[in-house]
Write a protein that binds this ligand. Structure first.
Ligand SMILES: Cc1cc2nc3c(=O)[nH]c(=O)nc-3n(C[C@H](O)[C@H](O)[C@H](O)COP(=O)(O)O)c2cc1C
Length: 186
């Protein structure tokens, strides 16, 4: 079972990326095969339909990770009530072939108390890509972000019980769907 996390911030010390790393480390502790693609570390060129079959290394790596994944986690800062531009740009390189039938967990970090607008926008995009929105989402907001702004060891897991619960529900859903697919194909 493979999970890919697409971290959608273009900021070096982004709280949404710190949260993405905590989710990554929590899954690794549970022996889940997980990859994190960080759009700050690996910026992608602007998507153009005229050049959709780009040979850009980062684009091809992201498309491969999405294709191989059984489940996908999208993390974003909330910008003007929506997802970040860099995340939307990355998702424009994806299509239904990467998302169909796969559970997707949406995660956001907002200046306000909750980032519901960006989460709803993410879920709309997932629906249009024919992914399966996980029953819960993770919203980091307001003063909660302080714990992700401090310098913490690289493999630290900083997740409150709600975030852990949302992650557990997502991983369980990925496992259930994967097991059903294995049963059908055997
Ligand atoms: C361009 C821009 C737009 C923003 N718009 C919103 C917004 O609509 N709602 C909100 O709650 N916070 C907004 N914020 C604050 C960010 O959501 C907040 O700082 C968030 O924690 C950033 O995530 P990051 O730490 O992953 O970069 C905005 C910040 C920027 C830079």
């Amino acid at each position: 079972m493979k999970i890919v996390i697409l971290s959608g911030s273009n900021r070096k010390k982004a709280t949404s990326t710190a949260l993405a790393k905590s989710l990554e480390h929590q899954m690794r502790r549970q022996f889940v095969d997980v990859s994190l693609f960080d759009l700050y570390e690996k910026p992608l060129p602007f998507y153009s339909p005229d050049d959709a079959s780009t040979r850009h290394e980062g684009v091809r790596e992201l498309q491969r990770l999405l294709m191989e994944a059984d489940g996908i986690i999208l993390t974003t800062p909330e910008y003007h009530g929506g997802m970040s531009g860099v995340l939307k740009n990355a998702l424009d390189y994806a299509s239904q072939v990467h998302f169909t039938g796969k559970p997707v967990l949406s995660v956001s970090s907002a200046g306000g108390a909750v980032g519901v607008s960006s989460l709803q926008q993410l879920q709309t995009t997932v629906r249009n890509l024919h992914g399966i929105n996980s029953p819960e989402w993770i919203s980091l907001g307001g003063t909660q972000r302080a714990m992700y702004e401090a310098d913490v060891p690289d493999d630290a897991v900083i997740l409150d019980y709600r975030a852990k619960e949302a992650l557990t529900r997502f991983v369980d859903l990925v496992r259930t769907i994967r097991a059903r697919e294995d049963m059908i194909s055997s």
